[in-house]
Ligand binder design. Structure first.
Ligand SMILES: [Zn+2]
Ligand SMILES: [Zn+2]
Length: 175
């Protein structure tokens, strides 16, 4: 997700460039995307480029309950202004007052979307992805996947087992 935008920065204010995004195996620092598809629009502003991305991401994740690997499809859309550190026509340093979190385009005029993509993806992706809504999770004692098998562990702190145990003791004494 790195684009040479020297040409775009040399266009008059209001110029628009659009591009189709269709990438596989995109690495965003700690996040690995299987696919990234969508459309990208670059609008030349007075300060830089207003970048809009509207797309879909597919990434592997783990079910928050049973930990099996699942496929996550996540819609992602954002609009951010990227401001160059260097004037694309004159090569002079650009002095602008920016908020601390503004995205910059370096002196190589490469637009790097990875940081913005990562930030928006972390907001868009579910905190607790599930393999299915009614996933039973793992047995806390033996680790068995309860979607696939019943285990014989007594549930922790489940009072019913205490009652059963008492019943069994009574029957043992009575016979
Ligand atoms: Zn699950
Ligand atoms: Zn168990």
């Amino acid at each position: 997700m790195r684009l040479d935008v020297l040409f775009d920065l040399r266009q008059p204010i209001g110029s628009v460039t659009t591009a189709v995004v269709d990438e596989k195996q995109v690495r965003l620092y700690d996040l690995q995307l299987e696919t990234l598809r969508g459309s990208l629009t670059l609008l030349r502003t007075d300060r830089g480029l207003l970048v809009s991305l509207d797309g879909d991401v597919n990434m592997h994740d783990r079910c928050a309950r049973c930990l099996i690997e699942i496929d996550n499809d996540i819609g992602i859309a954002f609009e951010e202004e990227f401001v160059p550190t260097t004037d694309a026509n004159t090569g002079a340093r650009v002095n602008v007052q920016l908020d601390d979190d503004a995205f910059r385009i370096g002196a190589d005029f490469v637009l790097d979307l990875r940081e913005a993509l990562r930030e928006y993806l972390l907001m868009a992706k579910p905190l607790k992805p599930l393999c299915r809504a009614d996933c039973e999770g793992l047995c806390p004692s033996c680790g068995a996947n309860l979607n696939e098998a019943y285990c014989v562990c007594p549930p922790d702190g489940d009072a019913r087992w205490g009652v059963l145990a008492a019943l069994r003791d009574r029957q043992a004494k009575g016979s």
